[in-house]
Ligand binder design. Structure first.
Ligand SMILES: [Zn+2]
Length: 320
């Protein structure tokens, strides 16, 4: 699939939540928050994973899904719900923003997967098993320091969930899982997985980031990770300090590329869900990030892999 040069697919945005909280509209450019349609277009975005957060109960699933559908059904018709990989080409050709329907933590789902099947038909193409919490299907990476290490991992119901997602063609996102759950998922899944918004633990020792062993395991699985722009996930001290250089994001990318090559790394900004470096500011910061990849001598071919090619590979392998 050939897309326009250096078009970006972003692995994670919480814009749906931010639109409600900040009382702004997706189709109108704002100076608040990180993401809206005009700013995405300025920054050469082609699609993002739009997260519904946090699906700890069915109310949030219902509310978020309705909000997402209203966005793609807007008469201005500039946001396209992505159901198959060819829809990404369509978004590119028609100059629309692709909306990839993602649910971040599916603790509210039934274990016979009725809701999963309904939402698949609605357009759900990616989910995280938990949002850092513990639910019927597995355990997450708690944010609370000194929490005893999770020994439960993925449950029997969670194993069935992974099989069902593989069968339907839904991407499994391991970003918010505990280490034990991460390894369990890789044991069970027959399809590549993504860590949509996790950075490198070797640089920033946050529990939400991935160790080098985990990154190598993602390679064996055929999967990939998207670097999170959150200050806490970029910095050595994991501080919520916006005075973090933009180049730090590329340091994380360099680490992964040096470790395993350019085929398993992408962006997963976490825009509108976390504090990012003031130099990045908002989604338009992608322009400077791509420039920094060029400054560091990345080839156009590798930059295209990082910007969108690696995600396209996952879509080809997992979606029908
Ligand atoms: Zn998240």
């Amino acid at each position: 699939m050939k897309l326009r040069d250096k078009a970006i697919i972003d692995g994670h945005t919480d814009v749906l939540l931010a639109l409600v909280e900040q009382r702004r509209k997706f189709y109108e450019e704002s100076d608040r928050g990180h993401v809206d349609l005009p700013r995405m277009k300025k920054a050469n975005l082609i699609a993002s994973f739009f997260a519904i957060w946090p699906a700890i109960n069915q109310y949030y699933i219902q509310k978020g899904t309705r909000q997402l559908l209203e966005l793609v059904e807007d008469p201005r018709n500039e946001a396209l719900l992505i159901r198959k990989k060819e829809d990404i080409e369509k978004a590119d050709k028609e100059n629309k923003i692709g909306v990839i329907f993602h649910i971040e933590g599916i603790g509210g789902f039934d274990s016979e997967f009725h809701l999963l099947n309904i939402l698949y038909r609605t357009g759900l193409r990616s989910f995280g098993i938990t949002w850092s919490d513990k639910n019927l299907f597995g355990s997450g990476s708690s944010f609370v320091p000194n929490t005893p290490e999770d020994t439960r991992g993925i449950t029997a119901e969670g194993r069935e969930l992974i099989a069902e997602a593989n069968k339907l063609g839904i991407i499994i996102d391991v970003s918010h899982l505990s280490d034990k759950s991460f390894w369990d998922v890789l044991d069970v899944t027959k399809k590549p997985v993504i860590a949509s918004h996790s950075s490198v633990r070797k640089i920033s020792p946050h529990v939400r980031n991935l160790s080098d062993e985990m990154i190598k395991a993602l390679v064996d699985n055929g999967g990939m990770m998207g670097i999170n722009f959150g200050n806490v996930f970029l910095r050595e001290d994991c501080a919520r300090d916006a005075d973090t250089p933009l180049t730090k994001v590329i340091d994380h990318i360099d680490h992964v590329v040096n470790l395993v090559g350019p085929d398993h790394i992408a962006f997963g900004s976490d825009f509108d869900g976390t504090g990012v470096p003031s130099e990045i500011k908002d989604v338009t910061g992608f322009i400077a990030l791509v420039k920094e990849l060029e400054n560091r001598g990345y080839s156009d071919k590798d930059i295209n892999k990082i910007c969108h090619g690696n995600y396209i590979r996952i879509f080809s392998k997992v979606w029908k």
